[in-house]
Write a protein that binds this ligand. Structure first.
Ligand code: ATP
Length: 457
C-alpha cells in the first residue's frame, strides 16, 4: 500500500534518515538534515548516478565546478531577469503563493497555467474563486515577478558591485568549462560532462517534505552533440534515464514520460520531457530532460567574447554543439526510492514487519553483525565485525532480542544479517540471513567475505 508523506517523514526521522533542520532552535522551515542512514543512502544514490553517467560510461566525463560563478553568467543565460515565478500575496493572511500552483492545485492538475501571462492567471483565479489555501479568503495582490536566485555579497562591502548569486542549477558551471574539459580530456563530440552538486532556489512554495526545498543537490549532465543529431540523442538519454530509475529500484508503473507539448516548450528547446513519478500526492516531476540546442554555449560565447565552437577534427567543420540535458534532484530520487521500497509486509501467523526492500547497491548498510547472546558471544562478534569492515558498510548490533534486531535490520533495508552463536565458538561457522526471503544458511567464517561480496554484487 502507498505510504503517506507523513508516514514517510515519521519513518525517516525514527530510523535516522532525515531530521528537521535546526530542530533545537524550533527548526528552519523546509530545511532537512540527513542522519547516518540518510547520508549513506544519499551517497549511494550519487555513487550509482556517477557510475552510470560518468565513471563507467565511455561517452562522458565529470566535473566539479564552483557554486559561485561570475555574475555575468546569469546575465548571459537570462537567469538574472528571467528565472522567476509568478508571486501573489493573500491580503488577508499575508501568505504567499505561486499563482500557477494555485491554479494547478485547485484543478487537480487539469489546468496548466505555465506560460500564461499574469493577467490571464489572475483573472482565472478570481473568476473560478480559487481561495487562499491558508485562510480561505479571496483577496489577492496583483501577480508580480519573483526572482528565485539567492543573492549575497562577495567580499567585505555589501554594495551592488559585489552582488553575487548562489547557483540555481549546476548546469552553467559545465557550460563555462566546455572548452577546458574538451581540450584537456581530448574528448570528441559527441560526449557529455556530468556534475553532482548543490543548487539553491528561493522557492515561493517549498514543501512536500524533501520534494521542493531551497537548498538541494542536482545530478546533471550536458551532452554535446552535432547539430542535427540532437533528437536521436534526446531519445537515447530519455531511455537511459528510465533504465537508470529501474536500476535504482523504482517501479515501472509508477513512472511516466510527460512530453512537453510543442507550444509549451521554452523558446530555446526543441524537445523536453519530464519523467514523472507517482509521489504520495500523485504524479509529479522527478527528472527533467531537455534538448537545449546551442542556446547556452551561444549565449556564453556572445557575452564572454570567447570562441566556444568545436572544431571537428574529422571534417574540419567548426560549430557550436547542440546539447541534451538530463537534470535530476538527489533528494527527489531519494524520496521516490523510499516511496517505492518501504512496505509493511504481512508474515505468516498474522505478524507484520516493516521492510525497506531497497536495492543492494543503495542499501545504506550492507551487513549487520549480531551476537545471539551478548554476554557469551560479543567478543567473537566484534572480531567478525572487524573482518567485514574491511570490505563492506557494516554495522554491529547487540541490543535487544534477536528477533527485534532482525526487524530493525529489515526496516532499514540491510540485505544481510550475520549471527554469531554458541556454535560459532565451537566450529567457526556463522548464520547468514537474507532480508527479503528471511532464509538462513550456515557458512564457515573464512568464506564469509567472499560469499557476501558475490551476494551483494
Ligand atoms: P519544478 O517544476 O518541480 O520546479 P523545474 O522544472 O524547475 O522543477 P529543473 O530546473 O528542470 O526543475 O531542475 C531539474 C531537477 O532538479 C528537477 O527535475 C528536480 O529533480 C530537481 N529540483 C529542481 N528544483 C528543486 C527543488 N526546489 N527542490 C528539490 N529538487 C529540485
Amino acid at each position: 500500500m502507498k505510504q503517506t508523506l507523513d508516514q514517510l517523514n515519521a519513518y525517516a526521522k525514527r530510523y535516522g534518515f532525515i531530521y528537521q533542520g535546526s530542530e533545537i532552535y524550533g527548526g528552519l522551515a523546509n530545511t532537512w538534515d540527513y542522519g547516518p542512514l540518510g547520508v549513506a543512502l544519499k551517497n549511494n544514490i550519487k555513487k550509482l548516478w556517477w557510475e552510470e553517467f560518468v565513471s563507467k560510461n565511455p561517452l562522458n566525463v565529470g566535473i566539479d565546478s564552483s557554486i559561485l560563478l561570475n555574475p555575468k553568467t546569469w546575465e548571459a543565460t537570462g537567469h538574472a531577469t528571467g528565472f522567476k515565478d509568478p508571486l501573489m500575496d493573500c491580503k488577508l493572511c499575508k501568505s504567499r503563493h505561486r499563482a500557477d500552483s494555485l491554479i494547478a492545485t485547485a484543478t487537480h492538475g487539469e489546468v496548466d497555467a505555465d506560460g500564461w501571462d499574469y493577467s490571464q492567471m489572475y483573472d482565472y483565479i478570481i473568476e473560478h474563486k480559487i481561495k487562499c489555501p491558508v485562510c480561505g479568503g479571496l483577496d489577492y495582490t496583483p501577480i508580480r515577478d519573483f526572482n528565485m536566485m539567492f543573492k549575497t555579497h562577495q567580499g567585505v562591502t555589501a554594495d551592488s558591485v559585489n552582488d553575487i548569486y548562489l547557483r540555481p542549477e549546476t548546469a552553467q558551471g559545465i557550460f563555462l568549462n566546455f572548452k577546458n574539459v574538451q581540450r584537456t580530456s581530448r574528448k570528441k563530440v559527441p560526449f557529455g560532462i556530468g556534475q553532482i552538486g548543490k543548487s539553491f532556489r528561493n522557492e515561493i512554495t517549498p514543501g512536500n517534505f524533501i520534494f521542493r526545498t531551497r537548498e538541494f543537490e542536482q545530478m546533471e549532465m550536458e551532452f554535446f552533440c552535432k547539430p542535427g543529431t540532437e533528437l536521436e540523442w534526446f531519445v537515447y538519454w530519455k531511455q537511459f534515464a528510465m533504465d537508470f530509475l529501474l536500476k535504482a529500484g523504482l517501479k515501472r508503473d509508477h513512472l511516466k514520460f510527460y512530453d512537453h507539448p510543442k507550444e509549451k516548450l521554452s523558446f530555446y528547446s526543441n524537445a523536453t520531457t519530464d519523467i514523472v513519478f507517482d509521489f504520495p500526492w500523485g504524479f509529479d516531476e522527478l527528472w527533467g530532460i531537455a534538448s537545449r540546442t546551442d542556446y547556452d554555449l551561444g549565449r556564453h560565447q556572445e557575452h564572454s567574447g570567447e570562441k566556444l565552437e568545436y572544431l571537428d577534427p574529422d571534417t574540419n567543420e567548426s560549430y557550436l554543439p547542440y546539447v541534451i540535458e538530463p537534470a535530476l534532484g538527489v533528494e527527489r530520487l531519494l524520496l521516490s526510492v523510499l516511496c517505492d521500497n518501504l512496505e509493511e509486509e504481512e508474515l505468516e501467523g498474522g505478524e507484520t514487519r516493516t521492510l525497506l526492500r531497497i536495492s543492494k547497491a543503495l542499501a545504506p548498510i550492507k551487513v549487520t553483525v549480531l551476537p545471539l547472546v551478548k554476554k557469551y558471544q560479543s567478543e567473537k562478534a566484534e572480531e567478525v565485525y572487524k573482518q567485514l569492515l574491511e570490505d563492506f558498510e557494516v554495522s554491529y548490533d547487540d541490543t535487544g532480542n534477536i528477533g527485534r534486531r532482525y526487524r530493525r535490520a529489515d526496516a532499514i533495508g540491510t540485505p544481510y544479517c550475520v549471527t554469531i552463536d554458541q556454535q560459532t565458538l565451537e566450529d567457526e561457522t556463522v548464520t547468514v540471513r537474507e532480508r527479503d526471503t528471511m532464509e538462513q544458511i550456515r557458512l564457515p567464517l573464512g568464506e564469509l567475505n567472499v560469499y557476501l561480496f558475490k551476494a551483494l554484487k
